[in-house]
Design a binder for this molecule. Structure first.
Ligand SMILES: NC(=O)c1ccc[n+]([C@@H]2O[C@H](COP(=O)([O-])OP(=O)(O)OC[C@H]3O[C@@H](n4cnc5c(N)ncnc54)[C@H](OP(=O)(O)O)[C@@H]3O)[C@@H](O)[C@H]2O)c1
Length: 236
């Protein structure tokens, strides 16, 4: 379609109940998307999300997917690509956790790291290879502004996002020139709808990095250079 360059006809969401992912799916369905695969841990919420998107006219399927069960990713996600081409993968799963509690409970902190980083490395590589085999498609990765610089108030989450962000940037470079596009999205405190709007714009422009809101790019460029002794006292 001439009026929708870069926008997908088929979408695979990893983290099928994510509010940001569902806002993005709704927006893309209103534009061009016809088929949606919602991959996530089986639950009534996942089925409700699928029903909601069906109500918008899309053909929606659910797929059992657990980010922590990396051994199953190849089979679970491979099935989707075996059935049809996927124009866009949205890697949306993630856990924020509770910093104070997780500092006292290393096992809980490890779960955050394993979900946000290890799970994403596995699912990212599996889907990137499938997109490469197709010869086209976008992998959109929901990182976070929290990964840009460690903050006292959420450094367990932030460090997992820093790892994810670096991984996704490197993967994008590795896939450059293959026809597969990797886009890293770094939301701050904002609405799912604002992220969805920014994702659409980024897809149209084939951006590699998207900040939401866009002004964060400048703010973080400045904050990156603030000395630690000053940064730790800032209310960020
Ligand atoms: N909201 C924000 O302001 C914001 C800001 C910056 C970055 N982000 C990032 O953007 C992404 C989406 O955020 P959101 O606000 O839409 O999140 P959300 O509504 O809290 O959804 C999180 C998703 O992660 C899934 N998930 C958690 N553990 C999983 C596992 N082991 N296997 C499979 N799925 C798992 C959840 O599935 P279940 O239904 O099974 O729990 C859910 O679908 C996250 O990565 C988040 O870190 C969000």
């Amino acid at each position: 379609m001439k009026d929708t360059p870069g926008l997908p006809q088929s979408l695979l969401v990893l983290g099928g109940t994510s509010e940001i992912a569902l806002a993005t799916a709704r927006r893309l369905i209103a534009r061009r998307t016809r088929t949606v695969w919602l991959a996530g841990r089986p639950s009534p919420a996942l089925e409700r999300a699928a029903e909601d998107l069906r109500g918008l006219g899309a053909d929606v399927h659910t797929v059992a997917f657990d980010a922590l069960d990396t051994d199953s990713h190849e089979a679970a996600l491979g099935k989707v690509f075996a059935e049809s081409d996927v124009d866009m993968v949205l890697l949306a799963f993630g856990l924020h956790g509770d910093q104070a509690r997780d500092e006292r409970d290393p096992a809980a902190a490890v779960r955050i790291a394993q979900t946000n980083y290890t799970g994403a490395v596995s699912a990212g590589l599996v889907t990137a290879r499938a997109l490469q085999a197709q010869g086209h498609g976008s992998l959109v990765v929901l990182s976070s502004v929290a990964g840009e610089r460690a903050r006292r108030r959420d450094f367990i989450y932030g460090s997992s996002k820093a790892g994810l962000d670096a991984f996704a940037q490197g993967l994008g470079d590795a896939l450059h020139g293959t026809g597969v596009h990797v886009m890293v999205v770094r939301p701050g405190a904002t609405t799912p709808q604002a992220v969805a709007t920014a994702v659409e714009l980024g897809l149209r422009r084939r951006s590699e990095t998207v900040w939401v809101p866009g002004t964060l790019r400048v703010v973080m460029a400045a904050l990156r250079h603030v000395p630690r002794a000053v940064f730790r006292r800032l209310p960020v």
